[in-house]
Design a protein around this ligand. Structure first.
Ligand SMILES: Cc1ncc(COP(=O)(O)O)c(C=O)c1O
Length: 466
């Protein structure tokens, strides 16, 4: 039994806790010192991969020291306590205005939107507003409201499946195929009817990095809406592209410049360059946000309006987003986004030199996917390469595409701020070395045999494929 005196003098690694198995199912009866508790948790977390070498994730893995300091200082602020932290609430409002302006909202200076825990919550809010607006219109016309649907490409991110399940809205899928690898507006329109609450094009499709053509969709919807009176709007899921397009391709019309784009969501914690979790939702105009989605909470003595599914949430990410806007400015964001696209292009060229085929020639976002060309001498798969790369610390996912292309195995890299040409070169070296090892194998690998037999191969724990 350690004496009281020993608790303060025993070195962390001389403590009895170091000789015990950490609690796995029950809270321990007695506590530890903060140093020991820290060391135990810290040491276990060391086994996670190095986030900077995680080429699977879209989420920010680098922020500068001042941003980290600011986030540490403000991590105790609860975003929902708007009357207790009015300045954080004010800064959230400023960020919404800035986002709306970047997306060419007609509403400035004061725009309608909110911060969220990520794109998922933002997508849910955009979808819910569309559902409610549709219901209001249908009820006013004495029409049934029990069979709503929305239209999206089969390369959707899983949040949209959740939206469909949680709120009982039918999800209608436009298949992507090798010939039509983004959502084809004509095909999307074929799935629309009077019960369609919205069409959801994606800017930065998770599986491929490509952009659905929002302008073409908008123009096609304009004709359909004119003809039918259905008033089908667009919610743009710009989880990735929302922070790329305004800086890199400001001339492309995908945002509020288009008539039927009524809401846009993005992830501040992806290319907004803030650590997780932060998302943004903006409506084109206050009138597109149904009143009953704004909750007036009487909190600590004053009425505060909130638009959120979640309640308590850290306020420091919002402050960090504002910090990034001030620190980087438009020019800084543009330079970083152009650099990461440049690094991505560099990796693409190297990958092509290694004999792989790109899924697409376009590179609108800093991520891309590639496939293996058929080669009878190669008895291995991208799953094997992905496994091998892990031994060097690189996390590069291999996965199959969505319905209608689910026999296509791809490998994908996402390039974020913090990956320069040097790191890219190290990744390429690692790919080359492991390819040459795999090429020397005398017999087919298990995943090769499984794919030959049309069997599904497990996705090896990468959660970001969708
Ligand atoms: C297109 C798209 N939509 C939504 C999401 C969900 O984003 P978040 O992780 O910010 O909730 C993602 C995440 O990768 C995505 O790629």
């Amino acid at each position: 039994m350690t004496s009281f005196h020993d608790r303060f003098t025993t070195p962390v690694f001389g403590s009895s806790e170091e000789m015990r198995i950490s609690p796995k199912t029950e809270i321990p009866p007695l506590g530890s010192t903060e140093e020991i508790a820290y060391q135990i948790v810290h040491d276990e977390a060391m086994l996670d991969g190095n986030s900077r070498l995680n080429m699977a994730t879209f989420v920010t893995t680098y922020m500068d020291d001042s941003a980290r300091k600011l986030m540490m200082e403000t991590m105790d602020k609860n975003m929902i306590d708007k009357s207790e932290y009015p300045q954080t609430a004010e800064i959230e409002r400023r960020c919404v205005n800035i986002m709306a302006k970047l997306w060419n909202s007609p509403e400035p200076p004061y725009c309608t939107g909110a911060s969220t825990i990520g794109s998922s919550e933002a997508c849910m809010l955009g979808g819910l507003a569309a559902l409610k607006r549709w219901k209001i219109r249908r009820k006013a016309a004495n029409k049934p409201t029990n069979q709503p649907n929305f239209v999206i490409s089969s390369a959707f991110q899983v949040v949209w499946e959740k939206f469909a399940h949680y709120w009982d809205v039918e999800m209608r899928l436009v298949p992507i195929t090798p010939e039509r690898i983004t959502m084809e507006p004509e095909e999307a329109l074929k799935l629309c009817d009077e019960n369609t609450i919205m069409v959801v094009p994606i800017q930065g499709v998770t599986l491929t990095g490509l952009n659905d053509n929002v302008k073409k969709l908008n123009d096609a919807l304009e004709i359909l809406n004119q003809k039918t009176g259905w008033e089908i709007p667009i919610h743009v899921d710009a989880a990735t592209g929302g922070f790329i397009l305004p800086f890199v391709n400001p001339e492309i019309e995908w945002d509020f410049r288009l008539k039927w784009v009524l809401s846009i969501s993005t992830s501040g914690h992806k290319f907004g360059m803030v650590y997780p979790g932060l998302g943004w939702i903006v409506w084109k105009d206050k009138k597109y946000l149904p009143n009953d989605m704004v909750f007036n909470v009487n909190y600590l003595g004053s009425e505060v309006g909130t638009i959120a599914i979640n309640f308590s949430r850290p306020g420091n990410q919002v402050l960090a987003q504002y910090y990034q806007f001030i620190r980087l400015g438009f020019d800084g964001y543009k330079r970083i986004q152009e650099n990461i696209l440049g690094v991505c292009e560099y990796i693409r060229k190297e990958v092509v030199k290694l004999g792989f085929a790109l899924l697409s020639d376009a590179l609108p976002n800093p991520l891309f996917a590639w496939v293996m060309k058929p080669d009878p001498k190669r008895l291995w798969t991208l799953y094997d390469l992905s496994d091998k790369l892990k031994s060097d610390g690189w996390q590069v996912p291999a996965y199959t595409l969505s319905a209608d292309m689910e026999d296509v195995v791809v490998m994908r890299v996402v390039v974020r701020q913090g990956t320069g040409i040097d790191l890219a070169d190290l990744l390429i070296d690692s790919i080359k070395r492991h390819m040459s090892e795999l090429d020397q194998l005398q017999r087919p690998t298990d995943t090769y045999l499984a794919l030959q037999n049309n069997q599904k191969v497990a996705d090896k724990g990468f959660s970001h494929k969708r």
